[in-house]
Design a protein around this ligand. Structure first.
Ligand SMILES: [Zn+2]
Length: 796
């Protein structure tokens, strides 16, 4: 699908792709010459690059380096943050670029991973703290809350038993201070089992009087524990909030991998069945899995790459391959397979020297029956070097623990709303299109928890959940996400390799995949737009065609399936940006996708103020005006991004966050945690913007200034309005319609254009706000004449 595609655009895209591929920095291609083979990717680091001016910045972009969104204008040019390997850094230095400080090195990442592992180890499966426990610890009381509401007095008790759901847990309570335990009553708790996993026992039940003490008993061990109850959300004598803040926040306490995040939203859906449900998105990803590989050889001409036909975890990792010297003259080339072990015995000459070349070894391995392995030469080499004796075990090089699934992955959305039937305005929030942006799924989890856990007692939350239909997709790219957590932290793209044999050796495994935010169908590379690449190793690889990948297809599917979605937030990191369409332009000429109508643009700006103020409230973080606006104005072109797809294809008010200003994986405690909380503030405020938009019945008013009257000569006029509006007008005395000229923005980041009137003219116009309310209830397609009129008389 394309928008306003010029006849030449396909040819142009092809030329552009060639140009990009030719100038592309070979990712991590440390040594692919006779000096040796690249067995493993080089480590990467986050580093700063300084350039003197825009021309140098464009030159840097053209190298294909993996630049982040963090572009800082300085007194003497620009500072850009990039992910570079040592050889890429050396290559950029050789091209004259000033490479400066390292912001995050491999040691920093190792420290972060071990900190996360420690946090996970010290946590129970549940994030609640234990209130009290029995003598042996087999019985843990997680919560015992009393509360009084409109419907009476209740106790809510949650207990975890070591015996799991087989245990029968009973609770007895007194009838107030000084009474006996049991005087109030006794009840059995329900076990809470989700997806076959025991979570805890729980029950909420009514009580006649506020209990002072309760006793929790286990039938399994006979143990019991006595404790006092606490009041949930107490009010003071005036009916205002008591000691506890009624609005609960701060539900994230470590970086969560895609498995944890998915498990968390499933738990939330199970815990709040009246308010939330899981939507399984239809396009499964390939999964966190790869074929096992081995690289044999010493230099490119004698090197052979051996690939398992099975996935690594399904047997590929068990294979071994050996190139053997038969130790005898005039031996023939032979291959034998014993179980999982492949032995290729080289041919020898009359002196007993090995003579089998890499290409002959490849042919011999590929002629094996049984579909065990597939071999090819190294990076397209002809393979005429003689192989050397070597033994290798094949490996998929995947390091995630066993509990991370290796199967195709079903991406899930958490749908939140009291009325999830399409009757309410829909809002879509999604994150982790880019795998390495670890804070972004936490923004989603934090926001979901706030909506569900504050619903019962917070009026504003209740308004949002009752009136909106919210879809939260915390991890769009789970395979890449797992790879980023456990294998290569700087992974940006999806995990599936689209490269051919010449770029599929294990040394390049950190550079495969598709940029999920360059694979959409509007303003794409295939339509001739800039900021994506056809090169399969590029950080901004567009994929083979628009929406070729399940990750992007899932997001595009949501508004097609739920047409009530009218607002969206695409959450990325980092740079502290807040952006909207257009997000792409074509070169030459920097021709952007069509700009929003002036009224819509004004609505984007007005909403920004509200959302960014909410972000600032957490700890004073200011998203600056310079980093607020259309992507193409404040950042750089991003062909085929999801925000443009949602805005141009689905008419959705689509925004983009770039959260934080401290790298993709800042330390959690000092920084990542706060970023999640502050941008959750912003996301909640977006829901407020959407709800106010939905209930906006206020008709706009507008005026022409200076307007009616006699003037000596040409006069410049502007329209003023009561709120962000689009103005439709005529100057020929006819009635204005929705196809009449619109007042446009005067230029990039400027206000509305003015009109200059040279001769006596009757101006007719009406205003429409972003919610579609028309001034004076005028019907632009009807016959009424209740539009605005002004007569401007020019005396010669
Ligand atoms: Zn991103």
């Amino acid at each position: 699908m394309s928008l306003r595609k010029s006849p030449n655009s396909r040819r142009f895209a092809w030329l552009l792709a060639l140009a990009l591929a030719a100038s592309m920095l070979a990712p991590g291609a440390a040594a692919q010459t006779d000096e040796g083979l690249q067995e493993n990717p080089e480590p990467a680091a986050l580093v700063e690059i300084h350039v003197a001016d825009q021309t140098q910045l464009d030159r840097l972009v053209a190298t294909g380096a993996d630049l982040t969104a963090d572009v800082e204008e300085t007194a003497d040019g620009y500072t850009i943050t990039a992910v570079l390997t040592p050889s890429q850094e050396a290559e950029l230095r050789a091209q004259g670029f000033a490479v400066g400080d390292t912001l995050q090195s491999q040691e920093d990442i190792d420290a972060l991973r071990s900190e996360r592992a420690q946090t996970l180890q010290s946590k129970s499966r549940l994030t609640f703290q234990t209130l009290a426990e029995s003598e042996t610890g087999a019985l843990k009381v997680l919560r015992a809350d009393y509360f009084e509401g409109a419907e009476g007095e209740f106790l809510s008790v949650e207990v975890k038993s070591e015996a799991g759901d087989d245990d029968t847990i009973s609770v007895s309570w007194d009838a107030g201070p000084g009474t006996e335990i049991g005087d109030g009553g006794t009840i059995n708790l329900f076990d809470f089992v989700d997806a076959g996993v025991y979570l805890y026992h729980r029950r909420q039940f009514s009580v006649a009087d506020r209990p002072d003490l309760i006793e929790v008993s286990s039938s399994d061990t006979g143990e019991s524990v006595t404790l006092g109850v606490v009041e949930w959300l107490p009010l003071d004598e005036n009916g205002n909030q008591g000691g506890n803040s009624p609005y609960l926040t701060d539900f994230v306490d470590h970086y969560m991998d895609p498995s944890e995040v998915t498990e968390r939203i499933e738990q939330l859906a199970a815990e709040f069945p009246d308010l939330a449900e899981i939507i399984e998105l239809p396009y499964q990803t390939n999964g966190y899995r790869r074929h096992a590989k081995a690289l044999l050889g010493t230099v490119a001409p004698n090197a052979v790459v051996v690939n398992s036909v099975a996935w690594g975890h399904e047997g590929g990792n068990d294979l071994t391959v050996e190139f053997a010297d038969p130790g005898a003259a005039d031996s023939p080339l032979s291959v034998t397979v014993t179980g999982n072990d492949i032995v290729l015995s080289s041919a020898t000459d009359t002196s007993g020297a090995m003579v089998t070349t890499a290409s002959e070894a490849v042919a011999a391995l590929n002629s094996l029956t049984g579909d065990l392995v597939y071999a090819h030469t190294y990076r397209g080499n002809a393979g005429d070097g003689v192989i050397v004796p070597e033994f290798e075990e094949l490996t998929d090089n995947l390091s995630a623990p066993d509990h991370i699934s290796r199967e195709p992955w079903t991406v899930k959305a958490l749908r939140i709303g009291a009325h999830r039937d399409g009757s309410r305005l829909g809002v879509l929030a999604y994150a982790q299109e880019h795998a390495r942006e670890w804070v972004t799924p936490l923004v989603m989890v934090e926001t979901a928890e706030r909506l569900l856990r504050n619903y019962a007692h917070d009026g504003e939350t209740k308004r949002l959940v009752n009136n909106l239909d919210i879809f939260i997709v915390p991890t769009v790219n789970p395979d890449g996400g797992h790879f980023s957590f456990y294998d290569f932290n700087f992974q940006r793209k999806t995990m599936l390799n689209h490269c051919d044999d010449s770029l599929s050796d294990p040394g390049l495994r950190n550079n495969w995949g598709v940029d999920a935010n360059r694979n959409y169908a509007i303003g794409s590379l295939f339509d001739g737009y800039d900021g994506a690449s056809t090169f399969c190793l590029s950080a901004v690889f567009s994929g083979p065609s628009e929406l070729s990948e399940p990750e992007s297809s899932n997001i595009a599917w949501l508004p097609d399936t739920y047409p009530n979605i009218e607002f969206a937030m695409n959450t990325h990191s980092f740079g502290n940006y807040f952006m909207w369409s257009p997000g792409a332009y074509s070169v030459p000429g920097r021709v952007t996708l069509p700009r929003p109508d002036f009224g819509d643009e004004a609505f984007f700006w007005a909403a920004s103020q509200q959302i960014l103020t909410a972000i600032k409230e957490h700890r004073g973080t200011v998203v600056t005006p310079a980093r607020t606006g259309p992507i193409a104005d404040v950042l750089y072109s991003a062909a085929g991004n999801s925000g443009d797809h949602l805005w141009y294809d689905d008419g959705i008010f689509a925004w983009n966050f770039e959260v934080g200003d401290a790298g993709f994986q800042p330390p959690f405690d000092d920084e990542g945690h706060d970023q999640a909380l502050e941008f959750s503030n912003g996301l909640i405020e977006l829901f407020g913007v959407a709800h106010r938009f939905d209930t906006d019945n206020q008709r706009p008013t507008s005026s022409l200034e200076p307007g009616n009257g006699r003037y000596d000569g040409p006069v410049e006029m502007i329209f003023e309005a009561s709120e962000p509006v689009t103005i439709f007008y005529t100057l020929d005395g006819t009635a204005p319609t929705s196809s009449s000229p619109m007042i446009q923005s005067a230029g990039v980041r400027e206000g509305a254009e003015s009109i200059t009137i040279f001769e006596t003219t009757t101006v007719h116009w009406f205003a429409v706000d972003a919610a579609g309310n028309v001034e004076r209830n005028y019907d632009p397609d009807g016959n009424a004449n209740n539009y605005n009129k002004a007569t401007v008389t020019i005396d010669d």
